[in-house]
Design a protein around this ligand. Structure first.
Ligand code: MEV
Length: 280
């Protein structure tokens, strides 16, 4: 009997969420939180274990879709093929989210840092970025699980896109920030990392995908010298999912989180994509 354990990572989006649905670029990174599926050909015995927070913008559904596709591919006896895994995962994501960009399943499959674009439904391009600098330490703080699903958030932005011309120019502003992040990662320019996060967050707030409570929390982080942004679809009414947080003084950030009783996690970016953990 062929048995296997496969795992796929969650992700964060450094810049470009929502804009990426409309053909603008996004920078995504695979993270050190993973979902695994273990089982054999009988299927019934499949066991799923995950430490990717659900519904919080960390690509839990993409990690599930990628791991499922990889699991099925392995058990079919066909050869390991990342393009096929990502393609099948995208189909699952479409069933779940309606109109995804495909960025989440691509980064969960290939890992690392990706420059990703959906030019058209049948033309999705990406480049694996070779990061030229040591990145600052980044943390995750959960602003609370959004009331809205990713599908609802994407569809809400699309309604605004169709009716409000200023949304289009906002998406171009997001692209400018995404390009600044790119030049930062490639060490072509040295804008302070925290300023890039804040710039991106403000644009996402204007887009309307950050709830009042989350804005207030981001404001508090900024007030004590840090920077934070949502990552993923966000949420408009209650929580907006995980926040990507940076502070030049880590101790100060940890003390702040403790004082407010917020759960805080160190996150590693640019981790490996889908992989076989064990097989027999
Ligand atoms: C979700 O992780 C990111 C969005 O841009 C949707 C997508 O890219 O499919 C909001």
């Amino acid at each position: 009997m062929r048995t296997v354990k496969v795992s796929a990572p969650g992700k964060i989006i450094l810049s470009g969420e929502h804009a990426v649905v409309y053909g603008h670029p996004a920078i995504l990174a695979a993270v050190n939180f993973r979902l695994s599926i273990t089982g054999d050909k009988t299927g019934k015995k499949a066991q799923i274990v995950s430490n990717v927070p659900i519904g919080s913008g960390m690509g839990s559904s993409a990690a599930y879709a990628v791991a499922t596709s990889a699991y099925k591919l392995f058990l079919s006896g066909r050869s390991w093929n990342l393009a096929e895994i990502s393609k099948e995962a995208y189909k699952l994501e479409k069933r779940h989210h309606g109109n995804p960009s495909g960025g989440d399943n691509t980064v969960s499959t290939y890992g690392g840092f990706l420059w990703y674009r959906k030019e058209a439904e049948s033309l999705k391009t990406f480049t694996r970025l070779s990061i030229k600098r040591k990145l600052p330490k980044v943390f995750l703080i959960n602003s609370g699980r959004p009331k809205e699903t990713t599908k609802e958030m994407v569809s809400w932005v699309s309604q605004r896109y169709a009716t409000k011309p200023r949304i289009r120019s906002l998406l171009f502003d997001i692209e400018k920030t995404t390009r600044s992040f790119l030049r930062f990662l490639l060490k072509e320019e040295n804008p302070p990392f925290g300023e890039l996060l804040t710039e991106n967050e403000k644009l996402l707030e204007k887009l309307g995908v950050v709830s009042p409570g989350t804005k207030a929390l981001v404001g508090q982080i900024e007030k004590m010298g840090g920077a934070a942004k949502i990552s993923g679809a966000g949420g408009r009414t209650q929580g907006s999912g995980i926040l990507l947080v940076y502070h030049p003084d880590t101790q100060k950030l940890l003390a702040f989180a403790q004082k407010l009783n917020l759960k805080i996690f160190r996150v590693k970016l640019g981790e490996e994509g889908v992989r076989i953990e064990k097989k027999s």
